[in-house]
Design a protein around this ligand. Structure first.
Ligand code: SAM
Length: 220
């Protein structure tokens, strides 16, 4: 299976481990990648939708027959055994991911690709003993955030701006992040033109984006 740039970017963050879990696996491509690349000894796949899980079960049927993959139709981590060391949750909202972790358990390592509310997710992870080891934005038709976290890992200094935009984006910025800031600033300008007046909330957002752009440009 040829992975999209988004899925390839997510999958390239998977580290070698004993037990890997893909929560909200849908098609099962990430589990297939982890197994195919020899990155895990065993793998759990889960999805709240039986129809989605069935796609992954079909793709991974040989691994399931061999006992290398176990599948669980459940919400989040509800039925996923706690020996999963590395858990991937991609394509869900940040608040939904927080809900899944709160209701489930906190694995050693997380690979998260939230669709929104990344600042809330960063704050939750930091408050719950994780170091955010990778935290950046990439572009594949639209902008995505990717956050990798390790329990008790070496902490990096998160200030308010890193919480908002992602540590790596500010300290080792990429062209994708600069493009993200420019696109967000343009959205603000369009909103203000439509409003026909200066709107304080939009002005505040523009100021944050401009400060982030200056910090990123200093570090590029
Ligand atoms: C947008 S798809 C993302 C699929 C895949 N992870 C990816 O990144 O391409 C979201 C998947 O998560 C599943 N899902 C949504 N909420 C869930 C939850 N609370 N627990 C488990 N699966 C969930 C959906 O059924 C769907 O298959």
């Amino acid at each position: 299976m040829k992975l999209s740039l988004r899925l390839r970017t997510v999958c390239e963050e998977i580290e070698p481990c004993g037990v890997f879990a893909d929560v909200g696996c849908d098609h099962g491509y990430c589990a297939e990648y982890a197994l195919g690349q020899g990155l895990c000894g065993r793998c759990y796949i889960s999805d709240v939708s039986a129809a989605s899980l069935a796609k992954a079960e079909k793709l991974l049927s040989a691994y399931i027959r061999a006992g290398t993959v176990q599948s669980f139709c459940c919400a989040g981590l509800e039925l996923v055994p706690r020996d999963a060391e590395q858990v991937l949750i991609a394509g869900m909202g940040g608040e939904e991911i927080i809900g899944i972790l709160k209701a489930g358990f906190l694995p050693e390592r997380l690979i998260l690709q939230p669709m929104k509310n990344s600042p809330k997710l960063r704050a939750y992870l930091l408050e719950n003993g994780y170091a955010l080891t990778r935290d950046y934005t990439f572009f594949d038709g639209k902008f995505y955030d990717l956050i990798c976290a390790r329990k008790g890992g070496a902490a990096r200094g998160y200030d308010a701006r890193s919480l908002l935009f992602g540590y790596d984006n500010l300290h080792t910025p990429t062209r994708d992040f600069i493009a993200y800031l420019e696109a967000e600033a343009e959205k603000c300008r369009v909103q203000e033109r439509a409003a026909g007046a200066r709107v304080s909330k939009i002005e505040e957002r523009l100021a944050l984006l401009t400060e982030a752009l200056h910090e990123a440009e200093r570090n590029i």
